[in-house]
Design a protein around this ligand. Structure first.
Ligand code: 16G
Ligand code: MG
Length: 545
């Protein structure tokens, strides 16, 4: 037997995978493996095996594993792999994860493991390293123990960063791998993360002040304690930073994501009921693992007003676009904005027609947006649900540093761009980092949330979840905007859309649950609702045919 076989067999026996009914498989989806926590022990063990293979394949660089189920209920958990630069696992490897996790016995598991090693020309004797973290869910503790067993069985160096936000883990992976190189990303420690953000925030603010207090709802998740910790690194008076952290109780797991958090705010289109929203107070919500951000306030006159991922995207694109112009780099650097089909049509129009920037639409899921954004010198990407970031290419970073400014304004623009590139998490969307970016931009523009909301008017829209027998019947094309299958469904949607003014609708299978989602927008709220219901009925019918 080969080097790791015995050890894997012995350890795997302690971490069995719960078999699914015949014909069903566990799949590595947009958020890795995510489900009820009690099904995850064996899966997490096997993800550990894959992470060790991945590290060996990646010249022994560190691979990350994050245990979290983000905005899901407390009883769920999840596990996903982070590549050496801090981005998501390469797509091809998702299949290998699926193959390992679905191996029907310990012996078969060892067989799949060895076959992957042979097929991918992986030297199992090479060093391997995995760094990992988990959110505040109580189940995370035993799941990382299963992970550690896999790392032990495969002779993999393991670094346990304990409780972290998802973006912190992504940061740590990149920082670990780049330490001591010219591309060093930051000190590979949690403190290093706070220090990097705090320093860049100071440089980006350039003496400006924040316009009013901010209430931050942390979904009773890991973002609460981490944001509190971060705030210790900021001289608050200097910037007039007055943050009140709410929903930061991580000791009662049952209230995680319960009636609070970014997902609640976005899908229910209202402020969390607790603590009672104070009229006019600037507010934002993070999700359970702090990689999504939504701003809002409750207006004494017009009620709840939300500033979602599309708004953050257009705010960032507008500010950064202007800075690039002032820095004299407009002809040199290509700026692109990446959205999904869920982006409000009004935001797309604003970005293309007012900001004159190209918008690219990709399928749902951060990995798709991230990938396209990497093709630009400055790639702004956000999902409407608040997940996103701004990526800067090496050419862009070099231009910020090397361009000789001809005026104080040009120098300020170059310096601010360089500071933003350090402030904005380059590995993945990061609610804490994005929040600081938004605060910097609003401070520069001297904008209230109302000023921000005035830039364009959202088209009324409606999202409907449709239960279907088999969501896999639904196949899309054109970045999920059109259905290829079931046959005839798209034609019916087209007919429905034609009946309304400025309307648009699409349906897609969810990547995270067995259901379809329908999105519709139209000139008025009632039309958007009506269209969404019509399309939902079409999907329902085709889903049961
Ligand atoms: C996952 C994705 C998120 C996407 C959502 C869509 C990541 C890290 N997360 O949570 O980006 O918006 O799935 O869910 O990629 P759905 O497929 O159920 O609509
Ligand atoms: Mg999340």
């Amino acid at each position: 037997m080969e080097s790791h076989d015995q050890a894997i067999l012995a350890a795997s026996a302690k971490h069995p995978v719960v078999p699914l009914e015949k014909g069903r498989f566990y799949t590595y989806g947009t958020a890795g493996f995510r489900m009820k926590a009690d099904l995850l022990d064996g899966i997490t063990f096997r993800v550990g095996l894959l992470a060790s293979l991945r590290s060996r394949k990646q010249n022994s660089r560190a691979i990350g594993v994050m245990v979290t189920a983000s905005h899901n209920p407390a009883a769920d958990n999840g596990v996903k792999i982070v590549d050496p630069l801090g981005d998501m696992l390469e797509q091809e490897w998702e299949h290998y994860a699926t193959a390992l996790v679905n191996a029907p016995s310990d012996e078969k598991l060892v067989e799949v493991y060895n076959r992957l090693a042979v097929d991918l020309k992986i030297d199992l004797k090479a060093p391997a390293k995995v760094v990992y973290g988990r959110d505040t869910r109580p189940s995370g503790h035993t799941l990382v123990a299963a992970l550690a067993d896999a790392l032990d069985a495969t002779n993999t160096e393991a670094v346990d960063f304990k409780i972290l936000t998802t973006p912190q883990l992504h940061y740590l992976v990149r920082a670990t791998n780049s330490e001591g190189t010219p591309l060093a990303y930051g000190t590979p420690s949690e403190t290093g993360y706070y220090e990097k953000l705090a320093e860049a925030f100071g440089r980006a603010m350039r003496g400006r002040k924040i316009n009013g207090p901010l209430v931050v709802d942390c979904a009773n998740g890991v973002g609460g304690p981490k944001l509190q910790e971060f705030l210790k690194y900021i001289p608050k008076e200097k910037y007039n930073l007055d943050v009140t952290v709410v929903n930061d109780d991580v000791l009662r797991p049952e209230i995680l994501n319960l009636e609070c958090g970014a997902d609640f705010v976005k899908t229910r289109q209202r402020a969390p009921p607790n603590p009672k929203p104070q009229p006019g107070v600037r507010s934002c919500s993070l999700d359970g693992d702090a990689d999504r951000l939504i701003y809002y306030w409750v207006d004494p006159d017009s009620g709840f007003v939300m500033l979602d991922g599309d708004r953050i995207s257009s705010l960032a694109a507008s500010f950064i676009g202007d800075l690039v112009e002032t820095a004299g780099l407009r002809d040199e650097l290509r700026i692109g904005v990446v959205q999904t089909a869920y982006a409000n049509g009004a935001s797309t129009t604003y970005i293309t027609q007012h900001l004159k920037l190209p918008v690219i639409c990709t399928p749902t899921g951060v990995k798709h947006l991230h990938h396209v954004a990497q093709g630009y010198d400055i790639g702004v990407y956000f999902e409407a649900n608040g997940h996103g970031t701004v990526l800067f290419s090496p050419d862009a970073l070099q231009a910020f540093r090397k361009t000789q400014p001809q005026s104080p304004a040009q120098k300020e623009a170059l310096d601010t761009l360089a500071a933003l590139a350090d402030l904005i998490n380059q590995t993945v969307g990061d609610a804490i980092s994005d929040m600081l970016m938004v605060e910097v931009i609003l401070a520069h523009k001297k904008w209230t949330l109302r000023d921000w909301a005035m830039t364009y008017t959202d088209l009324p829209n409606r999202l409907v979840r449709v239960e279907v027998g088999n969501k896999d019947l639904f196949e899309t094309t054109d970045a999920e905007r059109r259905l290829l299958r079931p046959e005839g469904a798209q034609e019916e949607i087209d007919q429905a859309v034609k009946k309304y003014k400025d309307a648009r609708a699409f349906a897609r299978a969810s990547g995270t649950e067995n259901a379809c989602r329908v999105y519709a927008e139209a000139a008025t709220r009632s039309e958007a609702n009506e269209l969404a219901e019509r399309v939902a009925r079409i999907i329902e019918r085709h889903g049961t045919l």
